[in-house]
Design a protein around this ligand. Structure first.
Ligand SMILES: C[C@](O)(CO)[C@H](O)COP(=O)(O)OP(=O)(O)OC[C@H]1O[C@@H](n2ccc(N)nc2=O)[C@H](O)[C@@H]1O
Ligand SMILES: Nc1ncnc2c1ncn2[C@@H]1O[C@H](COP(=O)(O)OP(=O)(O)OP(=O)(O)O)[C@@H](O)[C@H]1O
Length: 336
C-alpha cells in the first residue's frame, strides 16, 4: 500500500473582529489569516484491516519540547489525544462514511504545533487528513474518485471546525472553480463563523517571530469572555497591506478582538506580548484565541536571529520561540 504524506502548517490571525453573537453559540467574525511554516507531519496508509489506528508523537521528541517548555514529559500541556477525539480520527471516520470506503487507516501524526495556541494545529491536521484520505480513496476506482468531490471535502471540513476549510486548497475551500491554485502562499479573509473564505495570493513572503508562552487557552472560554464590537473594524485594509509587494513601514494594522479576553484568562499573554519587540518595522499581536503571540517583521532587511535571541533572553519561563515565514495552507502531498 502506498504511503501518503504531507506537513500541515500552522496559521496566524493577522486581524480578528467580532461582528455578532449567533443563536448556535458561534460568533460572526471578520478575520484574516496566513499559513506559516511551523508544521506537523502526517503520514497515512490504507489497510484491508478496518478501523483507525492513530499514533501521535512530539517532534523532534517529547523530551525536547518538554525541556523548552520547562515542564515534565507527562505535563498535560503536552497531551494530544490519539483516540476518537483527535480531529484526524474524526476526519477519517467522516470521509469513510461519506464515500462508503470499507477499509481501515494507519496514521502517524508528528506534532510540532502546540495545542490551545490559536495556531490551528488540530484544524490543519484535520484538513490535511481529508486531502490525504481523498487522494488515497480516489485510487480505489473511478466511482470512489468521483465521490471525493471538493464539495464533499468542504462539507466535512466545516463540520470538523471553523478553521478547517482555511487549510484546504482554495478551490475546495471556496467551492469556486478556478480559485487561486494551491501550492503558493495565500492570505485569506474569513467571514461567517470562519468558513466563508476569500483567498488572495501573496506577492512577497512575510516573516514573523512566534512565541507560544507555554499555556493552553480553551477557544470556547475565550469566546465566552469576548465583546461584540459596536463599531466593527474591517479586515480589508489588512488584506491590502499584506498583498502589496512592499509592506515596509506599514503602521499598526494588526488587531485581535480576542486578545483582551485572552489576557484576562492568562497573564502569560501580556508577558509574551511585552517581550516582543515593537519598532517602526515590527508590530505585535496574538493569534486566534491565543495563547501564541507574534511579531510581524515588515522590513525584509531586518535580521530575525538577533530578535529571536532578544525575546528568548527577555521572556521568563518555558516557551517555544520560532522565526517563521508565510507558506501555502495546503502543501504538496508526497506518495511513496
Ligand atoms: C479563534 C479562531 O482560531 C480564529 O481563526 C477560530 O475562530 C476558532 O476556530 P476552531 O478552533 O476551528 O473552533 P470550532 O471548533 O469551530 O469552535 C470551538 C468553539 O469556539 C467558539 N467559536 C468558534 C468559532 C466562532 N466563529 N465563534 C465561536 O464562538 C464556540 O464556542 C465553539 O464551540
Ligand atoms: N490533531 C490534533 N492535534 C492537537 N490537538 C488536537 C488534535 N485533535 C484534537 N485535539 C484537541 O483539540 C484541542 C485544541 O486544538 P488546537 O491546537 O487546534 O487549538 P487551538 O490552538 O486553540 O487552535 P485554533 O483555536 O486556532 O483552532 C486540544 O484540546 C486537543 O486535545
Amino acid at each position: 500500500m502506498p504511503t501518503y504524506r504531507t506537513s500541515p502548517p500552522a496559521k496566524l490571525n493577522l486581524f480578528l473582529e467580532i461582528l455578532g453573537r449567533r443563536p448556535d453559540g458561534f460568533h460572526e467574525l471578520d478575520t484574516v489569516m496566513v499559513a506559516i511554516d511551523w508544521r506537523d507531519e502526517l503520514e497515512l496508509t490504507t489497510s484491508v484491516q478496518p478501523g483507525i489506528r492513530l499514533q501521535v508523537d512530539w517532534l523532534p521528541s517529547r523530551e525536547a519540547i518538554a525541556e523548552q517548555l520547562q515542564v515534565a514529559v507527562d505535563d498535560p500541556i503536552l497531551f494530544v489525544p490519539d483516540d476518537a477525539s483527535n480531529l484526524v480520527h474524526q476526519a477519517l471516520s467522516k470521509i469513510s462514511a461519506a464515500t462508503g470506503y470499507q477499509g481501515g487507516w494507519d496514521v502517524k501524526l508528528g506534532k510540532r504545533i502546540p495545542s490551545g495556541a490559536g495556531m490551528g494545529g488540530a484544524s490543519s491536521d484535520a484538513a490535511a487528513t481529508l486531502r490525504l484520505a481523498a487522494a488515497a480513496i480516489s485510487q480505489v476506482d473511478d466511482d470512489m474518485a468521483e465521490r471525493c468531490s471538493p464539495a464533499m471535502i468542504r462539507g466535512i471540513a466545516e463540520q470538523l471546525g471553523s478553521d478547517v476549510p482555511f487549510f484546504l486548497d482554495p478551490e475546495s475551500a471556496t467551492g469556486i472553480p478556478g480559485a487561486p491554485v494551491s501550492g503558493q502562499p495565500m492570505i485569506a479573509r474569513a467571514l461567517g463563523r470562519g468558513e466563508k473564505l476569500t483567498f488572495r495570493p501573496l506577492l512577497v513572503s512575510h516573516r514573523f517571530l512566534v512565541v507560544y508562552p507555554g499555556v493552553a487557552l480553551s477557544t470556547p472560554r475565550v469566546y465566552q469572555q469576548c465583546q461584540v464590537s459596536e463599531v466593527p473594524r474591517s479586515g480589508v485594509s489588512v488584506m491590502d497591506a499584506f498583498c502589496s509587494d512592499d509592506a515596509t513601514g506599514t503602521q499598526n494594522i494588526l488587531y485581535n478582538a480576542l486578545e483582551s479576553p485572552a489576557r484576562g484568562l492568562s497573564p502569560r499573554i501580556g508577558e509574551a506580548l511585552e517581550c516582543l519587540p515593537v519598532t517602526l518595522s515590527i508590530q505585535n499581536s496574538m493569534t486566534g484565541s491565543g495563547s501564541a503571540c507574534f511579531a510581524w517583521i515588515t522590513d525584509s532587511g531586518e535580521p530575525v536571529e538577533p530578535l529571536t535571541q532578544q525575546v528568548k533572553g527577555r521572556l521568563e519561563g518555558g516557551a517555544l520561540i520560532r522565526p517563521v515565514s508565510t507558506c501555502t495552507g495546503a502543501p504538496e502531498i508526497q506518495i511513496a
